[in-house]
Design a protein around this ligand. Structure first.
Ligand code: SAH
Length: 213
């Protein structure tokens, strides 16, 4: 599959849709206008890739809806060079958005099939994540901690303690919390043991699953 002017036109329309839904962060919108989302999907989805929808990516998982990707990334307020941990690499689309807004990205995926596929795809598209790994993101990546921010792209029944402990002071964790429906939650680490929590409405994610490896 190639990236053509037709795809660029569809991306521009998607950016307009996201703006209408309330996304304002310029670097997030620019990333979405540049990243060829159709190349993160099986070719049978090419015609739909720029709809604001989630689609299957194999292993029972989905690529997040662009609005969700934009909303979560906006909440992170990434500054260039921020060290960001992503839990749930999946297709790599959110990883690409994080790289493009200037983050140094560490990402963890627990489905080996997706880990392998995405590890090959990202470099082909010129997207250089700092570290992609296969494992259980519930545990975070203690060897690489602390992080400026952490983004979880699957629905967590509760906020994993390990992730809170791997935030820098002042760092942000964006995580959808809940069983069937998730509340988008922003946790800011205010001090060694102080955390502030903000909630941002309902979303629907595939579940964050523990320990399969
Ligand atoms: N950011 C991805 C979202 C994929 S869906 C994208 O836009 O394509 C969520 C992903 O989280 C799935 O790939 C799923 O396999 C992964 N996941 C679920 N539980 C996990 C865990 N404990 N650790 C790491 N990844 C996990």
């Amino acid at each position: 599959m190639k990236d053509t002017s037709k795809h660029q036109g569809l991306r521009n329309q998607l950016v307009t849709v996201l703006q209408q839904k309330g996304i304002t962060n310029k670097s997030v919108l620019e990333a979405i206008s540049k990243i060829p989302r159709h190349l993160f999907l099986n070719s049978s989805f090419e015609d739909y890739a720029y709809q604001d929808k989630a689609f299957p990516i194999g292993a029972g998982q989905t690529i997040s809806q662009p609005y969700t990707v934009a909303f979560q990334t906006e909440l992170l307020e990434v500054k260039k060079g921020d060290k960001v941990l992503e839990i749930g690499t999946g297709s790599g689309y959110q990883t690409a958005v994080l790289c493009m807004v200037g983050a140094v990205v560490y990402s963890v995926e627990r489905q080996n099939e997706l880990f392998k596929k995405t590890s090959l795809l990202l470099p082909k598209l010129g997207i250089r994540a700092k570290h992609l790994s296969f494992g259980d993101g519930y545990k975070g990546l203690p060897n690489y901690a602390p992080f400026d921010s952490i983004i979880v792209t699957a629905g967590a029944p509760e906020i994993p303690k390990a992730l809170m402990s791997q935030l820098k002071i002042g760092g942000k964790l964006v995580i959808p919390v809940g069983e069937d429906i998730q509340v988008m939650t922003l946790v800011i680490r205010k001090g060694e043991t102080q955390f502030e929590k903000h909630e941002f409405g309902d979303f629907r994610f595939v579940p964050l699953l523990e320990d399969k490896n």
